[in-house]
Ligand binder design. Structure first.
Ligand SMILES: Cc1cc2nc3c(=O)[nH]c(=O)nc-3n(C[C@H](O)[C@H](O)[C@H](O)COP(=O)(O)OP(=O)(O)OC[C@H]3O[C@@H](n4cnc5c(N)ncnc54)[C@H](O)[C@@H]3O)c2cc1C
Length: 508
């Protein structure tokens, strides 16, 4: 037994009570050198964007090919007591979802974006245009590779430095999702190494149970190693608008109006400004900051529709009229409409500028007690009263960035793993907080719990998104009538419950 085999076997002995047999197990030769126990690498693998949960793995596995991933999973399956494997994309999870205690972290980024291949297709019609991308690839790299061909994916997240496998394991939503559905609705095929170590290609027509399970499947059924993403013609520029409202019902009915016809707007989101400093006003000209601040102070909360219309040289002549038609009849506060013109890439990659700024202030790698929930449309005004006005506004803690926008449920496929509220339209709410103070962290976490309790008491059937740190009973409640399907898929594709233990669905 060479040194690395011995070290790993000792680690396994620590891990398992049935270690006497395990200690004699040999790591397959072809992957033996791909395990790292460098303290710095272990320390990196024991944290994530949330900076709230920290679990130290035994080893980090650095694959250089898909077959290394199969070998790793096969090795675990071959042991009397398999070790857990936490697939880690960019680790922008919030609550340890890509971590494992005493198991192995599978570091997908070690594959180094091996694969982005754009099909040969008719750009004008975008017929048969797609990109094959590795699960480890970041969306920003998909954007760059496809723009070179005048093409683009259709559905995005707000932030692009996330891995394809990571967002497809959740849902992947942004302001385009009302029109094209979440990112999981925009996948033609997948290659997946299942929890049994088998490499399987799947789609809606082939091995469909695995395909539907993996999309939004929280990493439970397999490791996504390739996704085929449909592409359309890329616009070159965007008209980017903010419309400010002091009346929630006007705001939400205008948002719902905008998402009710699928071809006019290209992106619809919403933001909230609470009269709690600091106000984030970077979108607006300096000369308008004073009057916006007064509007927020007078009203307590201002609701903002963020609306985008794409264009290129062919549609440039009409875009001003298209935008005028879009906003005609909308009931924002008169004169509180703000417009920007930006390149398509600048718009899509807008959060990156914020990241650079926060990094420069040391405010990126700090705890993020975020809350992401989906709210049925029928209860959105109760939510406004109960949560925005009676919880967040009344507490004297900075609200952070708050996003709220409606989505059309008919753009989601119920055969896929995520659960959504059971109404034609539901709202995505993101309370994006960060703090370096432990005291504030506690306050935000308390506020998050109060919001969830309010919804429960008021009978508002919300769904949590990007959630974690739950007991199995809470996960069963989360999945509701879909729990049996989810558990059956687990038994079929990862029967030894090896994968993504950090979600805590089958392992807590
Ligand atoms: C700044 C920021 C902005 C965000 N904006 C949005 C947004 O606008 N819309 C949105 O929907 N989400 C958003 N998110 C959430 C984001 O989509 C998820 O956190 C996503 O998981 C991040 O991808 P990742 O590569 O970091 O995944 P990781 O954190 O590495 O992994 C997430 C989960 O997926 C599993 N996993 C990772 N890779 C694979 C793979 N290849 N195969 C199978 N399972 C895998 C992991 O085991 C883990 O359980 C945002 C997050 C951040 C930090």
């Amino acid at each position: 037994m060479d040194v690395s085999n011995l070290a790993f076997s000792i680690a396994m002995a620590v891990l398992c009570l049935s270690s006497i047999t395990q200690a004699n197990f040999k790591i397959p030769k072809e992957i033996a050198k791909k395990f790292s126990s460098d303290p710095e690498i272990l320390s990196l693998a024991s944290t994530d964007y949330g900076h709230i949960v920290h679990e130290t793995p035994l080893k980090v596995f650095e694959p250089s090919s898909v077959s290394d991933i199969s070998s790793l999973i096969n090795f675990s399956n071959s042991l009397p007591t398999p070790f857990t494997i936490a697939t880690r994309g960019k680790a922008h999870s919030l609550l340890g979802q890509a971590q494992t205690r005493n198991g192995v972290v599978l570091n997908m980024t070690n594959l180094k974006g091996s694969l982005i291949s754009v099909s040969n297709c008719g750009r004008k019609t975008s017929l048969n245009c797609y990109a094959d991308v590795g699960g480890e690839v970041l969306w920003i790299d998909v954007l760059h590779a496809t723009l070179k061909r005048g093409l683009t994916p259709l559905s995005w997240t707000d932030y692009l430095y996330l891995s394809v496998g990571g967002t497809l394991s959740n849902a992947g939503i942004s302001g385009q999702a009302f029109r094209f559905g979440p990112q999981i609705s925009n996948v033609l095929q997948l290659d997946v190494v299942t929890g049994k170590g088998e490499l399987v290609s799947c789609s809606r027509d082939k091995n469909s149970e695995l395909f539907y399970g993996v999309l939004g499947g929280l990493g439970q059924f397999g490791v996504i190693t390739r996704a085929r993403i449909p592409l359309g013609p890329a616009p070159t520029r965007v008209k980017w608008l903010h419309l400010l409202y002091n009346n929630f019902s006007a705001f939400s009915s205008d948002q719902e109006h905008l998402i009710s016809f699928s071809t006019a707007a290209d992106y619809v989101e919403g933001k909230l400004l609470f009269s709690q400093p600091p106000l984030e006003l970077s979108f607006y000209p300096d000369s308008d900051h004073q009057r916006i601040t007064s509007l927020v102070t007078q009203n307590g909360i201002i609701y903002i529709i963020e609306l985008v219309k794409y264009y290129d040289s062919n549609s440039q002549a009409f875009v001003a009229k298209d935008v005028a038609d879009l906003v005609k009849g909308l009931k924002f506060v008169p004169t509180f409409m703000f417009k920007k013109d930006a390149s398509y890439e600048e718009f899509l990659n807008r959060v990156y500028a914020e990241e650079l700024f926060l990094r420069s202030k040391g405010l990126w790698e700090i705890p993020h007690p975020w809350l992401n929930i989906w709210i049925p449309r029928s209860r959105i005004s109760d939510f406004n009263e109960g949560v925005f006005k009676n919880i967040i506004l009344k507490q004297n803690i900075s609200s952070g960035i708050s996003l709220i926008y409606p989505l059309n449920r008919n753009k989601w496929d119920d055969k896929m793993s995520p659960v959504t509220p059971d109404e034609d339209v539901f709202y995505a709410l993101s309370l994006l907080r960060s703090t370096s103070s432990m005291d504030m962290l506690e306050k935000y976490q308390t506020q998050n719990r109060q919001i969830l309790e309010f919804c429960k008491d008021a009978g508002i059937k919300i769904t949590e998104y990007l959630t974690g740190n739950k007991t199995q009973q809470q996960w069963m409640e989360h999945f509701g009538s879909k729990w049996k399907l989810f558990a059956d898929r687990k038994a079929r594709f990862d029967p030894k419950r090896i994968l993504s233990p950090g979600q805590g669905i089958f392992s807590k």
